[in-house]
Ligand binder design. Sequence first.
Ligand SMILES: Nc1nc2c(ncn2[C@@H]2O[C@H](COP(=O)(O)OP(=O)(O)OP(=O)(O)O)[C@@H](O)[C@H]2O)c(=O)[nH]1
Length: 363
Amino acid sequence: MFSTTPSVTSPYEITRLRGALLIGGVLVSIFVFADLILLPESLYTAYLINRFGLQLPLVVFALALTWWHKFNQIKETLFAVILVMFTYVNYGFLHYAWVTERFSFAYEGTILYTFYCIFALGVPFRLSLIAAVINVVGFILLMYMSPVYGERVMLAVGFVASSLFVGCYARYRLDHAMALLKSTNARLVVLSTRDELTGLLNRRALMEGAEYLLSLCKREKLTTGVIMADLDDFKKYNDAFGHQQGDEAIMMQAGILNEVFQRKSDVVGRYGGEEFMVMVSGLNEQEVTQQCEAVLNLWQERALPHAHGASHPVMGCSIGAVVSKPDVKTSLQALISQADKNLYEAKHRGRQTFYITCMPDKS
Ligand SMILES: Nc1nc2c(ncn2[C@@H]2O[C@H](COP(=O)(O)OP(=O)(O)OP(=O)(O)O)[C@@H](O)[C@H]2O)c(=O)[nH]1
C-alpha cells in the first residue's frame, strides 16, 4: 500500500562530511605553522614527517573513502579508528620530542581531535567512548614513560581525561535528543497522514498519494482506476447499534479494503465518514470489476447483521468505480467526480452492488 514515509537524504550528509574532512586537513596545516614557531629546529623534520607523512594522509585516506559505495556503512567506525590513530601519532611525536630534546610538546591537540571527530565527523556515543578510553589510557602510559609535563603531569592527565569524557557525555545527550526527534518525527508523520480509526491514509494523504499515482500513470502510460466505496444505510446501523459498533463496521471496511488492495502502489484511504477511496494503476476494467466484486463478497462472508429496516439484512457497501487511460488533461477531480456519480448509481440500483464506467466513455 502507498506509504508517505520520507526517505533519508544521505548525499547531503556525504557532502557535509567531505567539507568537514577538508576543513580538518586545513586545520592540521595551519597548526603546523603555529607549532613550528615553538619547536626547536632540531625537531622540524620529525614534526613535519609526523604531520604531513602520517596525520594528513589519514585525513586524505578518509576523504578518498567517501567515494566508496560502502562508505555509509563504515563511516562511524572509520572515524573512530582515525581518531585513535591520529591521537597516537601525536603521542608518538610528544614522546619523541621529550626523549630527544626534553621538549614538552602541547597535549591540547588530543582534546581537539576528539571534539572534531565527535561533533564534526559525528562519531556516535559508544564509539566515542571506546576511542576516549583508548586515548586516555595511551596518554597515561605516555606520561608514565615520559613525564613531559614534570610536576604538572597529573593536571595534564586530569584535563585530558575529563575533557574527553565531557565530549562523550555531550555526544550521548546529542544522540539521545536526535533519537527522540526522529521518533517524534515518525509519530508526527503517522499522525498527519493516517486516519486514527482505521490506520488508512487520511483525506489529505489520500489526495497526495492519488495525485502522485495519477502523474506516474500519465508518465508510464498506465491505466488508472478510482474506486469509491460507501457503507450502506450506515445511519440506520449507527442508530440501531450505537456509534461504537458503527466504528467497528468502519474498521471492518478498512480491513476488507486492505485485503483486496494489497499492491504497494495501491492508494487506499478514508475519504470521509463512511466513504473510502482507492486508486489503483495498470489494471483494466475487468480487473477492477473483479476487485469490486471481491470487496462485496468479503462483506457477504462477514455476514454482519444490519439494522432493522436497512435495504439488506447484512452490512455491505455500494461501490462506484471508474477506469481511465489518463492523458495530460485528465484531472484527479474529474476521476473522483465520475466515481462518485457511479457510486450514487450503485446506491440507486439497490445498494450492495457496484457500477463501473470507463473514461472517456467507450460506448
Ligand atoms: N460510527 C461512526 N459513524 C460515522 C462516522 N462517520 C460518519 N458516520 C455516520 O455515517 C452516517 C452516514 O449517513 P448517511 O450519509 O445518511 O448515509 P447512509 O445512512 O449510509 O445512507 P446511504 O449512504 O444512502 O446508504 C451518519 O449517520 C454519520 O454520523 C464514524 O467515524 N463513526
